[in-house]
Design a protein around this ligand. Structure first.
Ligand SMILES: Cc1ncc(COP(=O)(O)O)c(C=O)c1O
Length: 563
């Protein structure tokens, strides 16, 4: 399966392209040293010792992740390799996937409708990609469909607008949910949020009590596979077994689970089967703009499409329409062809590394991070902080630092350590209220969102979230940085921006103009158009035409002279 997308002819072209690129870079370095030294890569201050890199790679071989360690500037004018710990928000793409997109781009064409070579090629690749995505999560290709979506948010909205609800129906979910997996249900049914304990886990007995049909039918149990804040992993198959016992459908938000663990939907005959699984490519080292809903064909077939238009129909008259069968019914308009192909390629890379190997690597790093953060007295981890219990969580670790607003912690990490994290309430405000034990209303992106509240609780947190490219050295540096911050050691003079609530270091701003490939000159982005090649026939094929033209010209001349 691994080589299904490899095309021999493209490989040769790519090799030539790479050699040319290499020569060009060498040429620039030799003949234009000023420009080259300006580039960030040349200003790099090595952060990792060779020993650290080697020791990690011996344990876990990570495929190249683009930009995971490029150099970034610091407040003091130096440059370091960035430590990217914002993987729960989005991950950086694999180089293989980026190269693959470039290889396939010239063949890019619309699918299912064209008769040209490229169109047939893309249609085949697209349907193949659909199967790769489904296989990755253990679908039943007869009874399930894979519907490409933009992201998990769109996937959850698709489901909320596809599953039929009767008046009085209930949806059971948890307080752990991301807004994207909570809000779409609210206009469809009565949504109930199960509480979680200090480890970020729900009580299964409480779930069963709530499933009692005497309180109204539970149509859907929709739960996150893993929390984007506490990292807690829910026992989705046990929950599904209970949901099915009471006739409810099981929907899993896999945004934070699918990238980190091997997820299987299980056969339909299994009580713990997942009816619908939703996830985003950009959280699993694929570029943004693509995700998938994998789930029950019969439920999609029973409902009118959420979005209508081209591609969704079987027949249309001016006053009637017959919908196509799923998945076509649910893919209105031209789909994100390149996106689905990239997602499938990403999955192939993940599979070649092995989801169990990724899981083991990330668990090890998560345990290390928890253990080290636990030793900083000012740090409070949200949810489970037990390094021994990492099988019940993924590597999204959120924490507060006593006496330092989370926005300031994140700013110092970025401007003074080159560490990328996220801070705030992470699109899960009900959970943050619960974890921070506050009644405060958060206002996203506002000053209060970044401040320390009057109750002494920070109204948000800092999140370090691990990806497969992270190393022990990354954890060591983060912990060192947080230790300094907890002791109020930073160099910058940070002020809070009144409009955004962000902490900014005096007058210092990042200068993006030195980024390689970046220019404000529009001509660099829009190279002069090359003349389109004429459709010219070979000379031999043009001879009859030339002869006829010549004879015509002679006849016309004679006629004009001698008439
Ligand atoms: C658990 C969870 N669900 C859903 C989402 C929404 O994902 P997307 O932004 O890709 O739609 C996120 C995003 O961070 C998430 O962490």
């Amino acid at each position: 399966m691994g080589d299904r997308f490899s095309i021999a002819s493209l490989t040769t072209a790519r090799t030539t392209q790479l050699i040319a690129k290499h020569f060009l870079t060498t040429f620039t370095l030799i003949f234009n040293p000023t420009k080259a030294t300006k580039e960030y890569s040349m200003l790099l201050k090595q952060r990792q010792s060779k020993k650290a890199i080697q020791s990690t790679s011996k344990i876990f071989q990570c495929p190249e992740v683009l930009g995971a360690q490029h150099s970034v500037p610091l407040l003091d004018g130096s440059y370091v390799q960035q430590i990217f710990l914002d993987n729960a928000a989005r991950t950086k793409p694999f180089r293989v996937v980026s190269d693959f997109i470039q290889q396939i781009e010239p063949y890019y064409s619309n699918i299912h409708r064209g008769t040209g070579f490229d169109s047939i090629f893309c249609t085949e690749r697209y349907e193949e990609a659909r199967h790769i995505v489904g296989d990755f999560v253990g679908w039943d290709c007869e009874r399930d469909v894979v519907i490409p979506v933009r992201n998990t948010t769109e996937g959850m909205n698709l489901l909320a607008n596809t599953i039929s609800f009767a008046p009085g129906d209930r949806v059971l979910t948890t307080i752990l949910e991301h807004h994207s997996s909570d809000l779409p249900w609210r206009s469809k049914a009565k949504v109930e949020h199960l509480p979680v304990n200090s480890q970020g886990q729900i009580d299964l007995q409480e779930l069963e009590r709530r499933l009692d049909p005497s309180k109204g039918r539970v149509r859907v149990v929709s739960m996150t596979g893993a929390s984007n804040i506490t990292g807690s992993v829910l026992p989705i198959h046990e929950i599904a077994t209970l949901a099915h016992k009471y006739g409810a459908l099981m929907v899993v938000d896999g945004a934070q689970l699918v990238p980190h663990r091997q997820v299987r939907m299980r056969p339909h005959s299994d009580a713990g089967h997942i009816d619908f699984l939703v996830f985003s490519g950009h959280k699993m080292n694929c570029p943004t703009g693509v995700g998938a809903v994998v789930g029950r064909r019969d439920i999609f077939a029973a409902a009118a499409p959420y979005q209508t238009g081209g591609g969704t129909i079987s027949t249309v008259t001016v006053d009637s329409v017959t919908w196509a069968a799923p998945p076509d019914r649910n893919e209105a308009g031209t789909p994100n062809i390149m996106g689905l192909l990239a997602l499938a390629r990403t999955i192939q890379v993940l599979e070649s590394v092995g989801m169990d190997a990724i899981d083991a690597h990330e668990r090890e790093l998560t345990a290390l991070l928890l253990e080290k953060l636990n030793r900083i007295p000012q740090v409070k981890i949200l949810g489970s902080s037990d390094p021994e219990a990492v099988e019940k969580r993924v590597g999204a670790v959120s924490f507060t630092v006593e006496g330092v607003p989370h926005g300031l912690v994140a700013a110092v990490l970025s401007y003074e350590w080159g560490i990328a994290v996220r801070n705030g309430t992470f699109c899960a405000q009900p959970l943050m209220k619960h974890l921070l034990n506050t009644n405060e209303d958060f206002i996203c992106g506002s000053k209060s969102d970044n401040a320390t509240s009057s109750s002494g609780n920070s109204s948000g947190a800092v999140r370090a979230s691990l990806g497969l490219h992270n190393t022990e050295q990354d954890i060591e540096t983060l912990v060192k940085a947080v230790t300094c911050i907890a002791q109020k050691q930073w160099k910058g003079n940070y002020e809070q921006d009144a409009a955004t609530g962000e902490y900014l270091p005096g007058n210092f701003r990042f200068d993006f103009s030195l980024l390689p490939g970046f220019s404000t000159d529009p001509m660099i982005h829009c190279p002069a158009s090359t003349p389109t090649r004429e459709r010219r026939l070979p000379l031999i094929d043009r001879l009859p035409l030339i002869t006829a033209g010549g004879i015509g010209a002679l006849v016309t001349t004679f006629w004009a002279c001698f008439r």
